[in-house]
Design a protein around this ligand. Structure first.
Ligand code: THU
Length: 138
C-alpha cells in the first residue's frame, strides 16, 4: 500500500509548511522510479508571488538531486489548525510542472484528507490536453 505510506509522508511534510499569510498548510510526497521519495511543503513569501507549493517543492527537490522519472505523488492540505482536512487538488502551475516530467496517462496524484480517505487522479484527468515537451516536436 504505497499510497498510504506516501500520504503519511505528505502529512508529515505538511507540518513543516511555512504559511504565515494564507494559514493553509500543504504537504506532498513524490515517489520516483528508483523507489526514492522526496517530500515538500508550501513555503510562502511576504512578497506573495515567490510562494512555492508543496508539490513543486517536492518535484524540484527530486529534479535537483538528479531524478527525472516519477510514478506518483500524494498531496494533503488544509487550514493549518484544521483537525479534519479537505481533499486538496494541485494548482494549475503544479500540474504544468508535472507535465514536464511525468507521463500524463500513468502518473497518479493521490489527493488525501487522511491515509484512509483519498482520491486518485491521473495527470491527464487533472490537466486534459495539457501542453508538454512532446508538443515542441512536431
Ligand atoms: N498550495 C499548495 O502548496 N498546494 C496546492 O495544491 C494548493 C495551494 C499552497 C500555496 C499557498 O501557500 C497556499 O497553499 C494557499 O494557496
Amino acid at each position: 500500500m504505497y499510497e498510504k505510506r506516501l500520504i503519511d509522508l505528505a502529512l508529515e511534510a505538511r507540518k513543516r509548511a511555512y504559511c504565515p499569510y494564507s494559514h493553509f498548510a500543504v504537504g506532498a510526497a513524490l515517489l520516483c522510479q528508483d523507489g526514492t521519495i522526496y517530500t515538500g511543503c508550501n513555503i510562502e513569501s511576504s512578497a506573495y508571488t515567490p510562494t512555492i507549493c508543496a508539490e513543486r517543492t517536492a518535484i524540484f527537490k527530486a529534479v535537483s538531486e538528479g531524478k527525472r522519472e516519477f510514478i506518483c505523488l500524494a498531496v494533503a492540505g488544509g487550514r493549518e489548525d484544521a483537525d479534519i482536512l479537505p481533499i486538496t487538488t494541485p494548482c494549475g502551475v503544479c500540474r504544468q510542472v508535472m507535465m514536464e516530467f511525468c507521463n500524463p496517462q500513468t502518473f497518479l496524484i493521490f489527493c488525501a484528507s487522511s491515509p484512509e480517505n483519498y482520491k486518485a487522479y491521473t495527470l491527464a484527468q487533472l490537466l486534459p490536453k495539457g501542453f508538454g515537451p512532446t508538443n515542441l516536436n512536431y
